[in-house]
Design a protein around this ligand. Structure first.
Ligand SMILES: Cc1cc2nc3c(=O)[nH]c(=O)nc-3n(C[C@H](O)[C@H](O)[C@H](O)COP(=O)(O)O)c2cc1C
Length: 362
């Protein structure tokens, strides 16, 4: 049997050489103004393209100044940020890699806005019992426009496409799930209404930059940030069916497996599986969450015509992850304490390629 992980696949308009993808990873290494740091980011991303034809998804990136943020995460709403990202995309393309960027709005979990006035779909109390308010309809449209503008900025910055961050309890996910969305207007209540914001963003972004440059990430099972509906299947099945029906040429659908929650492992509960969703989406499918070299191979073999596998934590400590998996070389364990070291090269640029790969890969 040929190894599916190392067979080519088309994602939107690009032809990848393998099925292993860098998952979006927030690392807090950017400048204070949201520009990727010129000394850190181009090298970090480019070195993960040791094997030509690899797809990277760049970390969650703010769509606007008002979309909420943490210190040292990147944005795509100023000329300076666009120019700084261009250095990253150029470095990746020089290595014959490809790169999408994940577009992000935080909503109710934005630390700066939790108790102020620019927040997400519905109230979640902070420690003092104060609750954020719902967005007005005008603000919802402003957010949709911000996703469109950031998508255009991404293309200008040289990205091959964008991934709408619809996962992990951020703004888009807050609208999707009934644990957070308690609105009573056309963006809340029924499955169709809760899906509206996500689908409108897909509609507008794909109209602006092309469906083949647009992907979306969903996490139906994640409990991170107070999420997880009692029964996610009707809602997520509806969204995925709609995507298939109206946007079959989207670059990809990216779905997080039930055994992780955000960036940590969890015990998948009985009956939780992404298998029912597979039946609904025919295009490229990126699966993420808790994969090893072995389980990635097995999963990809189940759906060989469409599957890619994203790795998060292991890609932090193995810039040569794709080559290591191909050659059967054991992975270097990741170090959680180095995930988020603001503005530091430590844990970001100091993992080296395996010496066994020398000569063949570098
Ligand atoms: C340090 C860190 C940062 C992350 N940042 C993001 C992010 O920006 N966007 C996102 O959708 N997921 C993010 N995640 C989740 C990962 O993309 C991935 O889904 C998760 O780590 C599970 O995959 P893994 O088991 O291969 O690590 C992050 C995870 C970690 C550990």
């Amino acid at each position: 049997m040929t190894d599916v992980l190392f067979s080519p696949i088309k994602v939107g308009s690009i032809e990848l050489g393998n099925r292993i993808v860098l998952a979006p990873l927030t690392r807090f290494r950017n400048d204070d103004d949201g520009s990727p740091n010129a000394e850190l980011a181009p090298e970090h991303y480019a070195e993960r393209c040791l094997v030509p034809g690899t797809l990277l998804i760049a970390e969650a990136t703010d769509v606007s100044k008002f979309s909420g943020s943490y210190a040292n995460v990147p944005g795509l709403y100023t000329e300076k940020q666009i120019e700084a990202w261009k250095k990253v995309t150029d470095a990746v393309h020089a290595k014959k890699g490809y790169i999408f960027v994940q577009l992000w709005a935080l909503g109710r979990v934005n630390p700066g806005n939790l108790v102020s006035d620019v927040v997400g779909a519905s109230p979640i109390p902070d420690g003092e019992g104060k609750v954020p308010r719902e967005l007005t309809e005008a603000e919802i449209l402003e957010y949709e426009d911000a996703f469109v503008e950031a998508s255009k900025a991404a293309i200008k910055a040289g990205f091959d496409g964008v991934e709408i961050h619809g996962a992990h309890g951020y703004l888009v996910d807050q609208f999707i799930q009934d644990v957070s969305n308690q609105r009573t207007d056309k963006y809340g209540g029924s499955v169709e209404n809760r899906a509206r914001f996500a689908l409108e963003i897909v509609e507008k972004v794909s109209a602006a930059i092309g469906p083949e440059h647009t992907g979306i990430r969903l996490s139906p099972f994640s409990q991170f940030q107070g999420m997880k509906m009692t029964d996610p299947y009707p809602t997520f099945s509806y969204i995925i069916s709609k995507l298939q029906e109206s946007y079959p040429s989207l670059a990809y659908l990216h779905v997080v497996e039930p055994r992780v929650s955000g960036g940590s492992d969890r015990e998948a509960e009985e009956g939780e599986s992404t298998a029912p969703y597979h039946k609904l989406w025919k295009g490229a499918w990126i699966a993420a969450g808790g994969f090893t070299a072995e389980s990635a191979k097995e999963y990809a073999a189940q759906y060989p015509e469409k599957t890619l596998i994203a790795f998060g934590r292991y890609f932090t400590s193995n810039p040569d992850l794709v080559a290591k998996i191909k050659e059967g070389i054991p992975l270097v364990p990741y170090e959680r304490e180095k995930f988020y070291v603001n503005k530091s090269p430590v844990g970001y640029l100091d993992y080296k390629y395996a010496p066994e790969l020398k000569g063949k890969y570098y």
